[in-house]
Design a protein around this ligand. Structure first.
Ligand SMILES: Nc1ncnc2c1ncn2[C@@H]1O[C@H](COP(=O)(O)OP(=O)(O)OP(=O)(O)O)[C@@H](O)[C@H]1O
Ligand SMILES: [Mg+2]
Length: 255
């Protein structure tokens, strides 16, 4: 599936917010064509990692490599060029409330790729169909959609630009089981059909096992384990075991 070519590499990344050390010397590699799933409890820094890969946050120390370029050393224009290769599905969908579904999904096509509107309409219709939405939603505003539909619109927006890399932040949270499964299938399809490299942040272990080639778990600012779904499922590490089995018994405090 992959020739182990590294597409994303975090090297000794540290990040503080105020006096709180959220990422403590984290290193992580993502290979071309694979889906890496990041798991960990609320507040451990999963979204923070994705934002570093997306070039939306800069580390206090360390390096972020995407497609052979080190983001922190690039000028803004170059980071923007790299961003064109990435689609980001933000946690909570993060749509623009004042824009229509069409304007949301087409946003980067129009702004970054300067695509003519008529062409963008066709692309948007195709992407909406791909995420299981009808094109009669084009003129609706996010407030008129259900949570699940908003998530799908966020996904359509991320894939609108035909990215080589897709970053998914909790793509199935808050969705009913059937919609979650459809999103899992879509993540797999994007990988199989388009060969994209994906990083998926999730709490949903069913989803993690289904879409991951490898899973990395974060705890206390560090990556405490990385492995195939099977390895993670069988892990003897008490933290990983507690997390994946959702147990109150174990070294992690229940809060
Ligand atoms: N821009 C910011 N300014 C200050 N603190 C922040 C900022 N972004 C994140 N944090 C803090 O960093 C920590 C990690 O946040 P992050 O959103 O990465 O966690 P997470 O693992 O994605 O959590 P969740 O599963 O709840 O989404 C949290 O304590 C959060 O409050
Ligand atoms: Mg998060």
């Amino acid at each position: 599936m992959n020739g182990q070519k590294t597409i994303i590499k975090l090297l000794n990344i540290s990040k503080n917010f105020g006096n709180r050390k959220v990422l403590d010397n984290i290193s992580l590699e993502v290979f071309a064509g694979e889906t890496l799933v990041i798991i960990g409890r609320s507040g451990v820094g999963k979204s923070t990692i994705l934002k570093h890969i997306a070039g939306l946050l800069a580390p206090d120390a360390g390096e972020v490599w995407v497609d052979g370029q080190e983001l922190t050393r690039q000028k803004e224009a170059e980071v923007n060029e790299l961003r064109k290769k990435m689609g980001v599905v933000f946690q909570y969908a993060a749509l623009f409330d004042s824009l229509t579904v069409f304007e949301n999904v087409a946003f980067r096509l129009l702004r970054d790729f300067r695509m003519p509107v008529a062409e963008a309409v066709e692309v948007v219709k195709k992407k909406l169909e791909l995420v299981g939405l009808k094109d009669n939603l084009l003129d609706l505003k996010p407030a008129q959609l259900s949570g699940g539909m908003r998530k799908r619109v966020g996904l359509a927006r991320a894939i609108a630009v035909d990215p080589e890399i897709i970053l998914y932040d909790e793509p199935t949270s808050g969705l009913d089981p059937v919609s979650s499964e459809a999103i899992n299938d879509l993540i797999l399809e994007m990988q199989k059909k388009l060969g994209v490299t994906s990083v998926v942040v999730t709490h949903d272990m069913h989803s993690a096992y289904k879409v991951a080639n490898r899973i990395a778990m974060i705890y206390d600012g560090k990556i405490i384990g990385t492995g195939t779904p099977e390895e993670i499922k069988q892990s003897q590490d008490p933290y990983i075991h507690q997390f994946v089995t959702g147990s109150v018994e174990g070294p992690m405090p229940v809060r």
